[in-house]
Write a protein of this length. Structure first.
Length: 271
């Protein structure tokens, strides 16, 4: 299986010009939800570009993920978190093909995920009891068994919903972008001012600052975004990302911080 790197940025070409290159990259992902009881979610995820000779119009990626830590402890220390982690684990390994802008167009290994879920669902129903657990399992089942609903649900994953759109970001200075930073809610739109180093620069840095978009649901009254993302010199993957989002929803204030660090590249740069 071959891998790819970019010849030139997507903004300069109607199609993605690819040449053989890059191995997979392992990232450490840290997500902090600042609430009355702050929660930190951490895991490692591997992103690997794949070749599909039958479809050169799309870009294919494989994503794997380690078990999730919640506040430094395994998810099974938290009943609700463990159930969510157990349900979510069947998604990985995940193979996606992307359309322009880094959005997920389809799940290439959808049939395999359904097979994994069928086996997992039976075990979960035997282990977890109660109305809430049963409802969550059934909701997961309904989501996974509808390919389009499942595809949209993946766009609501914090890592997937920001990693690829930033990896494939264009060079516009003003734009609207959606980020899935509030759990169990649709991605939130922001009006963004973007600064980016010229193509070919080392490092390749994207800075986004902005406010809640007028197209966001009326339940949201205020929102701020501050993101700095550095890509590797060959634009093969995200080297480091630091992001912070603040959103007011009614009387509730959401504050979410995200850190993504490419372990290999980070190690090289600290020598």
């Amino acid at each position: 299986m071959a891998f790819f790197s970019f010849k030139k940025p997507l903004a300069d070409s109607p199609t993605w010009q690819l040449t053989p290159a890059q191995p997979p990259c392992i990232h450490t992902v840290t997500i902090v939800f600042e609430t009355a009881q702050p929660q930190t979610v951490r895991y490692n995820t591997t992103v690997q570009r794949m070749n599909n000779p039958k479809d050169t119009s799309q870009v294919f990626f494989s994503i794997t993920r380690t078990d999730i830590l919640i506040n430094g402890s395994p998810a099974d220390d938290y009943m609700a978190g463990d159930l969510a982690a157990q349900c979510g684990s069947v998604v990985y390994p995940l193979q996606v093909k992307l359309e322009n802008g880094g959005r997920i167009a389809a799940v290439a290994n959808y049939a395999e995920i359904l097979q994994r879920w069928a086996a997992k669902k039976e075990k979960l129903e035997q282990y977890y009891t109660g109305e809430i657990a049963e409802s969550y399992i059934q909701h997961t089942d309904a989501t996974l068994r509808d390919a389009e609903v499942f595809r949209k649900a993946l766009s609501g994953d914090i890592f997937l919903g920001m990693y690829f759109p930033l990896l494939f970001a264009n060079y516009k200075t003003q734009r609207e972008m959606e980020y899935p930073v509030i759990p169990f809610s649709a991605p939130v739109a922001f009006d963004i001012q973007q600064e980016r180093t010229p193509f070919g620069s080392t490092p390749d840095v994207i800075i986004q600052k902005g406010i809640l978009s007028a197209s966001a649901p009326p339940a949201y009254s205020r929102g701020l975004i501050d993101v700095t993302c550095t890509l590797t010199p060959t634009r093969n993957y995200v080297q480091q990302l630091k992001g912070k989002w603040e959103i007011n929803e009614g009387g509730q204030h959401h504050q979410i911080s995200v850190s993504i660090v490419c372990l290999e590249e980070h190690t090289v740069n600290t020598k």
